[in-house]
Design a protein around this ligand. Sequence first.
Ligand SMILES: [Zn+2]
Length: 823
Amino acid sequence: MTWMMISTGVRAEVLQDPVRTPASPPPVAPRDPLAPAAFIKLPIGAVTPKGWLSTQLELQRDGFIGRLDELSRFIRLDSGWLQPDSEGWEEAPYWLKGYVDTACVLKDPDMMAEARRWIDACLDSQQEDGYFGPRSLKRGRDWWSHMVVLYVFRSFHETTGDERIIPAMLRFFRFLEQRPEEDLIPYKWGEGPYRKEWWQSVRSGDLMQSLYWTYNRTGEAWLLDLARRVHERSADWVGGIPTWHGVNICQGFREPAVFFQQSKDAAHLQATYRNYATVWGEYGQVPGGMFGADENCRKGFTGPRQAAETCSMVEFMNSCQEIIKIDGLSVWGDRCEDVAFNSLPASMTADLRGLHYLTAPNLVQLDRHNKAPGIENGGEMLSFNPWSYRCCQHNAGQGWPYFAEHLWMMTPEGGLAFVLFAPCEVTARVGEGAMSGGGAVATVLVETEYPFDENVSLRVRLSKPATFPLLLRKPDWCDRPGVAVNGAEMTPSATKGGFLRIEREWRDGDVVRVGFPMEVPVRRWDAHGGCVSVHRGPLTYSLRIEEEWRAYAGTPRWPAYEVFPKTPWNYGLMLDADTPASSITVVRRTGLLPRQPFVPDGSPVILEAKARRIPEWTLDRRGLITEVQPSPAKVAPGEPETVTLVPMGGARLRISAFPTVTTDSAGHVWKAPPPSRHTASFESPYDDIAAVSDGRVPTNSNDHDVPRFTFWDHKGTTEWITYDFEAIRRVSATRVYWFDDEPKGGGCRVPAAWELQYKKGDDWLPVELTGGSTYTVEKDRFCDVTFTDVETPALRLLIRLQPGFSAGVLEWEIAGDRIPAPK
Ligand SMILES: [Zn+2]
């Protein structure tokens, strides 16, 4: 056997504890005619996080999530969720979703009191017809935020058994049930050209889950009729991907799998699998478990510098936890851990007192300034700021408590399944009759430093001997796990979902030791020129970059930080071509795992690799890392350096997708970003001036898949943009493709008029048009002009915008010759 026994001594004080009886309501299995569950959620409180996981929850309690009332204007006395005549939308429900579950998991009395205050207000606001919450949402037919509150209600009930919750949920569902069909889940929001898909239609799988949760507890069949109507009114996740918004995808892709519980049609499960494959197949070919949607997925923006929103991470983790209960496939546990261990910790400061909006596998500078259009969203997105990033700031809190609640689940026959791995203790009824309050009471203490260590020890306490299956997820990265029960090695049988199954008569004091040998594979990403990532077990490793933190805003108690690299980051790895993993050295350090291991030096295992710098790999002019180019990149001969790799989740600055390098002449010659050839009277912060001549020709004037340059939000003004040549050129023709987003309701139109000028000395002079050429402003094609040839270092477009509108250029081409400088 290649794994090592855990050496921690028996913790006598724990073993001598009397077996505790769970205080919260029992777990509830799906009720006929819903499909049986693979796994059944334990009530909150059954799993107590320990070790590094309890640290995350404690830090979150004391950090921006627990103290958001000091930071957010949406969590005040006049919130519409406390005062229904005030305004209110998703923010307070988002925050409660994380806050209430943190309170429940930590069993924190002060937080529970605060949770109860909000839940009481929601319940007290319920009207005759069953509606609750801000009245403005009722007028607007917007039920999206209620879907979030229903999660909060469920958690509160699972923890406290509060008898007001289920009747209140039933009354709200009656309210929905009595809506005319067009008001049930309205699909489009807004009027005219600004109409767009409404959150509630692309996220209605969340509502269906609450309907099934309630049905399983009450058996009222009309809830299933309503769930079917909601499914039919939902955006179509069965037919394809109805929205390319990152958070919508992370929630919505599972909607068909949720409905499968009712339809029992395997095509619905397959639709969710296909949705995952479609999105991750194109935009998720990167380490860290997420996909590039730095608001939306964009064609051509798929590499490791594209980022994921913090909301997307926690919603995707939640989706994995929901799907695995339905289909029992271990891969959802792998995917959930991938995001939880590698991406989520990096989205926040290590003390959980700040967060950012976007996190990418390759991210080497977190300044506050605009990075668009390299990432889609303009403005502050990357710096750590507890005051900002409205949706993520409120929504991020669900990540760790939901993870903790789902570490262990029940199997329908009264077994226990260890689904997500972390140090913890679980208490549940097991064996025959467990689901109906019988069986034996089991407590399993899990001692481990996983994911930083490969050994897991399970100590079983039992009120009486009991026969039940113990299931352990077999991670996909682990080929040969080792299992020993009371010191005797064994080979458990495998389930078809990918779990190890040990079924026996368990006795008080039994000990199961499990080893998941962690290899160090190198993964190659062909979609991005063969760049590579390095892994150890569930952890992705990233380049260790020295960080310089600079406070720039906020208050002394809640500062906002930019983070800059103090050491070089533009490394490619030198790997053996045939056995790349043989080039990575594993370095084990001694000492205890720190309380917060998601810091650069927190891991007991670091990796070392030989690397060479690629001088041409730089930041772009907005301070965003430029994209990886094909591997291997050619570097000059010389001594390689040794670089340190640390877990990605602890690396707030990181390279996780590395090019490889070679001194061979066949290597790729890395190109530095070209110097800017343009200046303009004004540059929109959302656009890139380099788009003007990037060679990407649009298919029409409203083509959003090619980069553009606009003067937004200047309207009706006269603007200019230059085309600066490297040397004097003789030119006699040019053509411009105008941007115009009228059908999508945007604010840009073709200009009212334009003319071409050339530079002579310090002056700009108009060209003389020839051959009947005129300055046309047509859409969906290049507008050409020819003119008497000029020899000049630069051309300039003088553009008069239409009154009330802005304008933009998709592509500007020059015809002519370069004139060599005189010798
Ligand atoms: Zn967000």
